[in-house]
Design a protein around this ligand. Structure first.
Ligand code: DGP
Length: 127
């Protein structure tokens, strides 16, 4: 069963301006801001402004304009942070946690962009 979007989640409140944030980029359909608990020197969250919870839901239900804007915003933030490989950047990791198994804490779609240090392997291999 699809999960209901909770308009009181913390990122919805950020989007309404009820909670301050350290904005990196704002576009028509997306907002990028620094994570409050950074796990790397560069740790930015990119979120769509629409009420989407997970990436799969966004990918299947968002408008073309929202998907284009969100995708371009992610690319732009990588360039702004200078983490894109080549041109001086050393690389980054993009993570979208979803649901219980993905350990998603905030129930509004967000992509983590992490960089500025060696990030190690993604996950431990299965035994
Ligand atoms: P996730 O596990 O993918 O749902 O990660 C949620 C992230 O959101 C976590 O890295 C901390 C961040 N976060 C939680 N509350 C706030 C907040 O009020 N402001 C900002 N900037 N980040 C937050």
């Amino acid at each position: 069963m699809a999960q209901d979007y909770d308009p009181q989640n913390i990122f919805a409140r950020i989007l309404r301006g009820e909670i301050p944030n350290d904005t990196v980029l704002e576009t028509e359909h997306s907002l990028a801001f620094r994570d409050i608990q950074p796990q790397a020197p560069e740790h930015v969250l990119v979120i769509p402004k629409g009420p989407y919870i997970t990436y799969d839901q966004f990918a299947l239900e968002a408008s073309d304009a929202e998907i284009l804007d969100f995708t371009r915003a992610i690319g732009q933030v990588c360039r702004m942070l200078g983490v894109q490989p080549g041109n001086g950047g050393d690389g980054y990791r993009m993570i979208a946690n979803a649901g219980r198994a993905g350990v998603q804490e905030v129930q509004h779609l967000h992509v983590h962009l992490l960089g500025g240090r060696a990030l190690g392997r993604m996950l431990q291999p299965l035994q």
